[in-house]
Design a protein around this ligand. Structure first.
Ligand code: NDP
Ligand code: 7N6
Length: 307
């Protein structure tokens, strides 16, 4: 197959990595720059991080992300361009990123790393330090990400609450809540971890009322999308000591603007939307594309299709 590899992938890793992987599986690849024409170039598929209108000239666009909330579905439907995404590959990376943040907050590692830059031996307040064993985590959204977090939290001896619409049990989750029980689910949890897609229902679902329901010593961790959290309410909650801190991989605006107040808090850990990345991401996505290319060649319908 002839596959275009869009250089928006460079937000996450070198597009040549996935091009080389696809070529090693017998496909011909061209790296496309933003603004390059796709019409009439003979591409069977374009693999991309983001959307631009030129992609609508391809018969099939594959997004390397699980969340495709930034794609204009109606335009894909209008132009009959198939859009596929990359679910099911983020459990381990995100699970480990979240548990890294959880352990850092508990063991205060982020504060010692901050002080290391100033050769500063200062010790954290005695009461600021805790162990996560026997603490409670509330995981909001229990798909690939949420289960990856739940299993790892369970392995560390945490009590795991989960929130989802369908009351279907999930490995590692001790207690299930419905979205309309969110306030009860977060109350008493030391960590609240967001793993939901950004939809009409989840936009700004973490608002001032949810922060008020959270414990004062609780931490919010967002590995979903920035839009799931009402950012003003988060800032108020941090300023008003309504919560203890936050671990933020997803942000309302990305890159997080240099003048965002969020950079300034001792107990906010900011990562630049890299929670899912690892040195094998190109292979994980590449395998999804290779499998779908085979389906397309065999005249079968594509998997993981969103439009
Ligand atoms: P999945 O589709 O596997 O899981 C989504 C989960 O959210 C399901 O358990 C679903 O359960 C639940 N859910 C949906 N709507 C609601 C709601 N209104 N209230 C409560 N729960 C809800 O998605 P993934 O786990 O793969 O990814 C989730 C999102 O995380 C992606 O859409 C993406 O935006 C983001 N993401 C971020 C990454 C990063 O790098 N930081 C990496 C990968 C994904 P039910 O249907 O029962 O409600
Ligand atoms: C890194 C993953 C997703 O939705 O936001 C993540 O999958 C990006 C490319």
């Amino acid at each position: 197959m002839q596959i275009g590899v869009h250089d928006s992938i460079a937000f996450s890793f070198d597009p040549e990595r996935i091009a080389a992987f696809l070529e090693s599986h017998g496909h011909q690849c061209t790296v496309l720059e933003a603004g390059d024409s796709v019409a009439g170039e003979g591409y069977d598929c374009v693999v991309t991080f983001g959307h631009e209108d030129a992609l609508l000239d391809a018969p099939w666009v594959h997004c390397i992300r699980a969340g495709v909330d930034a794609f204009p579905f109606d335009r894909y439907a209008e132009t009959e361009t198939a859009l596929t995404h990359s679910p099911g590959i983020h459990a381990t990376t995100i699970g480990e990123t979240v548990l890294g943040m959880v352990l850092s907050f508990a063991r205060r590692l982020h504060r010692y790393r901050d002080r290391q830059h100033a050769n500063n031996w200062e010790i954290e307040p005695y009461d600021a330090t805790f162990t996560v064993q026997d603490e409670t985590v509330c995981v909001v959204g229990l798909g690939t990400l949420g289960e990856g977090v739940a299993l790892r939290a369970d392995a560390l001896g945490m009590t795991v609450r989960g929130v989802r619409r369908e009351p279907k049990p999930v490995p590692g989750v001790d207690e299930l809540f419905r979205p309309d029980e969110l306030h009860d689910a977060v109350a008493g949890a030391r960590f609240v971890v967001l793993c939901v897609p950004l939809t009409e229902d989840t936009e700004a679902m973490i608002d001032a009322d949810v922060f008020a329901a959270m414990d004062e010593d609780a931490y919010l961790i967002n590995v979903a999308r920035g839009g799931v959290v009402a950012e003003d309410a988060l800032l108020d909650a941090l300023d008003g000591d309504e919560i203890a801190g936050a671990g933020l991989d997803a942000h309302a605006e990305e890159p997080l603007p240099a003048d965002s107040p969020l950079w300034g808090y001792d107990d906010v850990i900011i990562t630049p939307h890299v929670g899912a990345l690892s040195n094998t991401y190109h292979e994980s996505v590449g395998k999804l594309v290779v499998a779908n290319a085979e389906r397309r060649e065999n005249g079968e319908s594509l998997s993981d299709r969103v439009v």
